[in-house]
Write a protein that binds this ligand. Sequence first.
Ligand SMILES: Nc1ncnc2c1ncn2[C@@H]1O[C@H](COP(=O)(O)OP(=O)(O)OP(=O)(O)O)[C@@H](O)[C@H]1O
Ligand SMILES: [Mg+2]
Length: 253
Amino acid sequence: MPKQHRGPRAQKICISSGKGGVGKTSFAVNLATSLAGKQKRVLLIDGDLGLANVDVLLGLNVRHTVRENIEEGRELAGLLLPVPAGFHLLPATSGVPEMANLSFEEQRELTEALDAIMDRFDFVLIDTAAGIGDSVLWFNAWADTNVVIASPDPTSMADAYALIKVLVARHQKKTFHLVTNSVTSRKEGEEIFAGLSGVAAKFLRVTANHLGALPHDATVVRAIRSRRPFVLEAPASKVSLAVMQIADKILTL
Ligand SMILES: Nc1ncnc2c1ncn2[C@@H]1O[C@H](COP(=O)(O)OP(=O)(O)OP(=O)(O)O)[C@@H](O)[C@H]1O
Ligand SMILES: [Mg+2]
């Protein structure tokens, strides 16, 4: 694990979508890999405490869970896994109860444990569960930067809006960064962004920024099968170039 240093604390970026299966995990893993490729110290938190996700995607074998660590009072740092793609992962494994099932005290302990390792990283990315359950809202409230992914599917746009709405109402979030995924053209990505940012500005009075559009690309599915980030498997593919461009933008946020 990177040594502790006295530099600025990590920028915490939460990746959510409302609807499931929109591409959160694929994007989070590949963004983490891209930022690590730019010599940034990156921690990816698998915030889907209910289901194993990132570890499966990366072909890792995880033995301990965050909850076990909290229960046994162990250091959270001991759970961080160095991943061959160049970043660290805080995994979650199957069967771990949802965040909602953590007591208030356990939630506080988790926050303290996470905050204690923040200065070892430049970026902390959180790949959340689908929906707008407690864990999703909790990680979004904790983060500095809120990234919402939407696909051309109208239900995805509606769910992204619902997520933004609840984050505005309950956590006073004012700025959102949108990623459009599985689009067939850049124009389609722009249209999804324009629709979502338009209603968010009109009804919620919040601003949204389009981080980028990721094309629908068979490379994504192939990379998942081979359990390697697509930015490493196929760095010249359109989807990889799009994620790398987003990584560049994130460095300027
Ligand atoms: N740009 C893309 N092009 C093609 N297929 C994609 C793309 N992005 C995602 N997919 C497909 O969508 C599936 C779901 O992606 P992923 O697991 O990243 O979504 P998720 O939002 O994390 O899902 P969940 O809500 O279940 O956590 C992937 O298995 C992949 O097949
Ligand atoms: Mg996922």
